[in-house]
Design a binder for this molecule. Structure first.
Ligand SMILES: Cc1cc2nc3c(=O)[nH]c(=O)nc-3n(C[C@H](O)[C@H](O)[C@H](O)COP(=O)(O)O)c2cc1C
Length: 388
């Protein structure tokens, strides 16, 4: 794989390499796409005020999140990767491990948790509230037995499926009929097809981490159906899961101060300020706009992580200056995975690390721990304090 210098270039390569429907499943977004656009646009509204001399020749990027030491304040967000690359989440986990950071595995992922923890011992397992409490507990215990070092509960999902630009048609199962239907797309993307052909397998659209003990993995849509039929979780349910897990626990998808306070009340270790990468309720502001109020309200009590719209190291620095301890990456590493498998994800992490380092240098800082709001140019009206 030829090295790329920005995440934008990784995205261009992903667009060239992936079949159209796979690429558009990654673009995702919902409804009009207001939130997904604001997630990246908002970072562009924030500026820097760099120094010109007396700069620090050494910069320390390391931090910890949910008890894990990581070499940069960036780690992998959970995504149902499915058909991007034959090695899928295992390649992502290896890349994260090679670059000294943590992995999160979606319960809708295409690889089993055991394979992923073997590739990266710093793996968090992400769950949605799907199935019965017994099923939830069994899946959680499987992740624990596999060595997962933290649990992420994602609850921001409102089952809205329309997109003004159209949704990709994802087959129920990759059988011969589906292959025939996708053949024209695949033929237009021979390198992607070749990657899978080399493995002798077709993309496996199943969710192995949601399988009943000893049973075959459900199809992605079978698992999605179970989720749609599950009664929605209450705060008491989240408290129950948190208590059963016992270890480091993150609630992902918090956008409001009142919800952040309730998360603190149920005893979470960390909050991910996130709007699901703009894939949930369209019209929700960018997560970076909601961060300052949440960090101010509960930042002393729990770890705050920012998720959504991060495409460069300077975005990470902006999030940390506004009160995040670390950020999570979604699409950025998926583009890397599409562009070059494990090496592509490593390349993305290197690009981001370089960008963080450059921003710290310019700001005259020697550590990510020193970042403060005063390092930024924040336009009036930038932030949104929700639920105060
Ligand atoms: C294709 C795709 C699949 C996703 N699947 C999940 C998932 O299974 N579980 C989850 O908690 N979040 C999921 N997310 C949300 C990401 O974890 C993350 O919040 C989001 O991608 C961050 O925004 P970014 O892509 O701009 O970095 C998904 C996002 C994308 C783009």
């Amino acid at each position: 794989m030829a090295w790329f210098e920005t995440v934008a270039e990784a995205q261009r390569r992903a667009a060239k390499r992936l079949p159209k429907s796979v690429y558009s499943a990654l673009l995702a977004g919902s409804e009009k796409g207001t939130t997904v656009s604001d997630n990246t646009a908002a970072f562009g509204e924030l500026g820097f005020a760099p120094h010109v001399a007396g700069l620090s020749s050494k910069r320390d990027l390391a931090t910890t999140v949910m008890g894990q030491a990581i070499s940069l304040p960036v780690f992998i967000s959970p995504t149902g990767v499915q058909a991007v690359h034959p090695d899928g989440e295992v390649a992502v986990a290896r890349a994260a491990a090679a670059r000294g950071t943590a992995m999160s595995l979606s319960s809708f992922a295409s690889k089993a948790i055991e394979q992923v923890t073997a590739a990266n011992p710093q793996t968090f397992f992400q769950m949605y509230w799907t199935g019965t409490r017994d099923q939830l507990e069994a899946r959680m215990e499987r992740a624990r037995a596999a060595g997962a070092v933290g649990l992420i509960m994602t609850t921001d999902w409102s089952f809205s499926h329309g997109r003004d630009w159209g949704s990709p048609k994802i087959p129920e199962k990759m059988d011969l009929r589906a292959m025939a239907r996708f053949a024209p797309e695949g033929l237009l993307r021979p390198r992607w097809l070749l990657d899978f052909a080399r493995t002798g397998r077709v993309p496996d659209l199943t969710a192995p981490n949601l399988a009943e003990p000893g049973a075959a993995a459900p199809t992605f849509f079978g698992a999605y159906g179970e989720w749609m039929q599950t009664p929605l979780p209450t705060w008491a349910d989240i408290a129950w899961l948190r208590e059963r897990w016992g270890g480091p626990f993150m609630l992902k998808g918090v956008m409001r101060v009142d919800d952040a306070r309730r998360a603190v009340d149920v005893g979470v270790t960390a909050i991910s300020v996130s709007n699901h990468g703009g894939n949930n309720l369209d019209g929700t502001p960018a997560s970076i706009r909601a961060l300052p109020a949440i960090a101010e309200a509960v930042g002393a009590e729990v770890e705050i992580v920012l998720d959504g719209g991060v495409r460069r190291g300077s975005d990470v620095v902006k999030a940390l200056a506004l009160g995040a301890r670390a950020v999570m990456l979604g699409r950025a590493y998926l583009w890397g995975l599409a562009a070059g498998g494990q090496a592509g994800v490593e390349n993305v992490l290197d690009v981001i690390r370089g960008g963080i380092d450059s921003a710290l240098l310019g700001l005259g800082l020697s550590s990510v721990q020193e970042l403060q709001p005063s390092d930024l140019v924040i336009p009036d009206g930038f932030a949104r304090a929700l639920g105060v």
